[in-house]
Every structure is written in structure tokens, then in C-alpha cells.
Write a protein that binds this ligand. Structure first.
Ligand SMILES: Cc1cc2nc3c(=O)[nH]c(=O)nc-3n(C[C@H](O)[C@H](O)[C@H](O)COP(=O)(O)O)c2cc1C
Length: 180
């Protein structure tokens, strides 16, 4: 299959996730392209792809505008081929945050008009050593409010790579059975 992994990232974790998905899909024998939605131009044609994965991360309750613009612009194509949405957030990493993580996806659906056939909620990363004052304040006092990690100043990767692999393997198997 020809697979597209379209992603948006702000601090880099969703790019890491998109690259990991692309490598998994390649290892399964597919031809894969990654595409950064930040450079998205209207009128681009992705009609040659057999399956599409869209990945974006949440900041202040919203996925990146350019990921939403990509999904809205290619909604018809996303509904025609097997497709999946990977939503990356810190809330997804915590049991008591899953409902909120699902709400972010529902807002994305309302904004874009694209209801993904398959959705995976992936935990993101905390990059305290790279945040500016503003980002650190939001993460520490809003996103992580009431949620404790052993050290409040170091970086953490909260992505569950095994769960992501499981989701992608099932998606790719089901997609290839639909395509062939
Ligand atoms: C300024 C800022 C705001 C954030 N807002 C939220 C939020 O509202 N909800 C949430 O679950 N995670 C939030 N996060 C966590 C990000 O979703 C997480 O760090 C993710 O890994 C970012 O992905 P990226 O590196 O691909 O941009 C926020 C992170 C930052 C830095």
C-alpha cells in the first residue's frame, strides 16, 4: 500500500510519533511518505494514497490549526480510503484525563467535519528543559495541575509506544485487507 502520515507538531513529540508510525508501516512492506501539515497548501492532491494517518497534538485544548485545515480540506479523501487519527496530548497519559482527551478529538471533529474511522489517543511529552516561561507556566499550573510526576523540572516522555504499535498494526492489517 501507499501510506501517507500527515502530522502537525509544536515541540517535536508528534513528529517523533509520525516517524515511528512511518517506520512501522515501512517495516510492514508499505511505501510511506510523511507530510508536515505546517507547510500545507490548498489544492494539494493526495489521491494516490491507499491509506492515510493524521497525527496532531493538543495545546490549550486544541489541535494545531494546520492539522485541522488539512483534515477539513481532505475530508472526502479521508472518508474514501482507510484512515486514522492519532491525537497526542498529556491528558491521554493519565487515567483521569482520558475523557478530556476524547473531548479534544470531538472538538476537532466538530471543527473539521472529519469523523475519523479509527482514533488513537497517545500520551505526549513534557519538555520542561525546552519551554519558555509562558509554556512552562501553562504546563505546570494548568495541564499538570493535580497530576504528580517524581521530579517537576525534568523532561518526561509519556507516550506508550507498545499501545501505539498495537493500534498501527491492527490499522495497517485492516487497511490492506480493504485495499487488496
Ligand atoms: C503550552 C502548552 C499547552 C498544552 N496544553 C495542553 C492541553 O490543553 N491539554 C493536554 O492534554 N496537553 C496539553 N499540552 C501537552 C502537549 O499536548 C504535549 O506536550 C505534546 O507532547 C505536544 O506535542 P508536540 O511536541 O508534537 O507539539 C500542552 C503543552 C504545552 C507546551
Amino acid at each position: 500500500m501507499k501510506v501517507l502520515v500527515a502530522f502537525g507538531t509544536t515541540e517535536g513529540q508528534t513528529k517523533k510519533i509520525a516517524d515511528h508510525i512511518a517506520n512501522t508501516a515501512r517495516a510492514a512492506g508499505n511505501e510511506v511518505e510523511t507530510y508536515d501539515c505546517a507547510g500545507h497548501l490548498s489544492g494539494q492532491d493526495f489521491g494516490s494514497f491507499d491509506a492515510i494517518i493524521v497525527a496532531g497534538s493538543v495545546h490549550q485544548k486544541l489541535h494545531q490549526n494546520h492539522v485541522a485545515a488539512f483534515a477539513a480540506a481532505h475530508r472526502q479523501q479521508l472518508d474514501t480510503v482507510p484512515s486514522a487519527f492519532v491525537s497526542v496530548s498529556l491528558s491521554a497519559s493519565f487515567e483521569d484525563g482520558k475523557a478530556e482527551a476524547r473531548d479534544y478529538v470531538e472538538s476537532f471533529v466538530q471543527d473539521t467535519g472529519w469523523r475519523p474511522q479509527n482514533t488513537h489517543l497517545a500520551g505526549g511529552a513534557l519538555r520542561y528543559t525546552e519551554y519558555d516561561y509562558f509554556k512552562e507556566h501553562i504546563v505546570r499550573h494548568v495541564v499538570m495541575d493535580g497530576r504528580d510526576l517524581p521530579v517537576a523540572t525534568q523532561d518526561y516522555e509519556l507516550t506508550d509506544w507498545d499501545a501505539l504499535d498495537k493500534f498501527m498494526t491492527a490499522f495497517l492489517e485492516s487497511a490492506s485487507s480493504r485495499v487488496s
